[in-house]
Design a protein around this ligand. Sequence first.
Ligand code: MG
Length: 374
Amino acid sequence: MDRREFIAASAGVAIAASLSSCRFPAAPKTKAGSGRMTLSFRPYELTLAHTFTVSSYSRKTTPGVQVEIEWEGLTGHGEASMPPYLGHTVESVCAFLSKVDLGRFETPFLLEDIMAYLDDLSDGDSPAKAAVDIALHDLVGQALGVPLYKMWGYNPAKAGPTSFTIGIDTPEVVREKTRECAGLYKVLKVKVGLDTDEQMIRTIREITDLPLVVDANQGWKDRAKALDEIFWLKEQGVQLVEQPLAKERLEDTAWITERSPLPIIADEAVQRLRDIPALKGAYSGINIKLMKSAGLLEARKMIAYARAEGMKVMVGCMTETSCACTAAAHLAPAADFCDIDGNLLITNDLYKGMIVRDGLMVLPEGPGLGLKNV
Ligand code: MG
């Protein structure tokens, strides 16, 4: 079954009936010469290869919605992914997308106007907005015949490494996962924030001396203990720390950042551009994810703002197919650190896009996102 047939099959009555708030329009066809865009979407649940545990939850699947925008015979692909902690659902994403009328815009090149229109529709709904934004960028690149990185003037040879994430688990599983990935990646990302941090790091260090980054996902409670741990982590070859404390604890985070030998990166504390000014001084940098930023247009503004403030830039992702991960990877040449492994953690990817070769991200050469069907 090719992807188009799969889409047709997936938009079946059973799914539609179980998600009564969602609308599943028949696959739209752009009318010849109409110059108007049409949007279609469908739920697509992502299956994780391993149960994934961070400091606040475990999960085996992630809900998602796949989006297509058709215009002038071209099809742009986008995606919304909804990890549980952001509070979005398939229903909320479909409800938002049902309100979107792209027919009022002549071309996908009106990115600023279209994204402003989406923000007028609601204050939140970032994953749904990201899905539209990614599909629009894909269309724009295809219409111009260039990959997005080329459109933005980025050097694809500077895409660099992506870290690969190891969730919190038993020493046996951590050992097994580390063995599996140690030869494939140049950096590993380790989830910490429970009382097993030291055991996690020591177990990984039995297997490999690869550089590590750690993500506490707001799990550390005491700032002095967190700082002690950060000094110890530096001795263990850790390069940065993501979100050590609860996102509301700006003053305590600033206290850590001031004394930390490692960069402290905001993740849960930063969603969109408007969140960055308050973080200056409290964090060394920001982790930009398209599902938080409402897509690529705002992500690039966030990079520019962070640079102007002397902050480091990390580009991350949620659990996503190669659609949204490849979109994020197009930003990689402008980032200091990348953690774009969401597509590598699932077993039911729909696309081939950015690949990791010898631990380095290789961006596709095709126009727009450069995606191909699996
Ligand atoms: Mg994080």
